[in-house]
Design a protein around this ligand. Structure first.
Ligand SMILES: C[S@@+](CC[C@H](N)C(=O)[O-])C[C@H]1O[C@@H](n2cnc3c(N)ncnc32)[C@H](O)[C@@H]1O
Length: 270
């Protein structure tokens, strides 16, 4: 297996950004709704996305809406990890207002280009997109009030390193409002090992208890993970079809996969 996970992930999301920039909707990233028409999805209700550029909405690759539980307030500083086309950054910018700021961090150049074009369309200046890795966030200690992220931590090879960095840049008392894919029951090893599934936010996901343990280990308190969008057999099948993984899928125990993954809210306090 090719272990260059970051390279593969960059290549994959770079190609999605280019497609969206060329006016098509996103291909399948992760989550239950990213492959289709966002207006049909219940990931973001219209109150969140009505005034967003269509390219930002079409680039959505999330698995739940982290803004619903982030409790963002005027004047706060937020950081969205793996900001992609910027959807959550733009939504958050409305809550923190002119006196606040939202940073979007992403490692993929094409996503940063798309996000910056969307920023111009939004006509706002309380957001900034920066290039970097979650495992090595280019920010000072204790700089951020709220960490946002949507379907990204599961893509990080070294989750403990990534979450340590997240802890470092958060202010004491600051909070995590992360949407991420988690594993709810044992899954076959061949799924975990398949790189295509990894970039589709499945194989790199952590079991809920392991996620909680890592968060506590790096220092977080009041850790809570709430599965909100459970992946049924039918949803997994649509990902498999999209990614042409039918050969792999045919040999799997479908009941084992049914309900094994979910888009979840990950909450914690520093
Ligand atoms: C599944 S997409 C999610 C994008 C966005 N959060 C959304 O909801 O539409 C994952 C994004 O995270 C970025 N990413 C993945 N791993 C990363 C890492 N280790 N450091 C920085 N960015 C990363 C990718 O480039 C991509 O833009």
């Amino acid at each position: 297996m090719n272990n260059d996970i970051k390279g593969k992930v960059k290549e994959y999301y770079g190609s999605i950004a280019k497609k969206v920039d060329n006016k098509s909707k996103c291909s399948c990233g992760c989550g239950t709704s990213c492959c289709g028409d966002m207006t049909n999805s219940n990931l973001y209700s219209s109150e969140y996305i009505a005034d967003l550029p269509v390219e930002a909405v079409n680039a959505s690759l999330g698995c739940a809406n982290p803004i619903t539980f982030a409790e963002l307030k005027e004047g706060e500083i937020a950081l969205d990890l793996g900001s992609g086309g910027g959807i959550d950054v733009f939504i958050a910018s409305k809550y923190v207002g002119k006196s606040g700021k939202v940073f979007g961090l992403d490692m993929t150049d094409e996503m940063l280009v798309l996000a910056n074009k969307n920023k111009v369309k939004m006509g706002i200046n309380n957001v900034e997109f920066i290039k970097g890795y979650i495992e090595d966030i280019p920010m000072k200690d204790e700089a951020i009030d709220v960490i946002l992220s949507n379907c990204v931590i599961n893509l990080c090879e070294d989750k403990e390193k990534a979450l340590k960095e997240v802890y470092r840049v958060l202010k004491t008392g600051g909070r995590l409002a992360i949407a991420d894919v988690v594993i709810l029951k044992d899954v076959p090893q061949d799924i975990k090992q398949n790189m295509e599934m990894w970039v589709g936010c499945i194989a790199g996901a952590l079991p809920t208890q392991e996620y909680i343990q890592i968060l506590k280990k790096v220092g977080f308190k009041d850790v809570e993970i709430l599965p909100v969008n459970v992946y049924t057999k039918e949803i997994i099948e649509s990902i498999v079809n999209e990614k042409k993984l039918n050969d792999l899928y045919e040999n799997m125990d479908k009941n084992m996969i049914d309900g094994a993954f979910a888009g979840a809210y990950v909450k914690a306090i520093k």
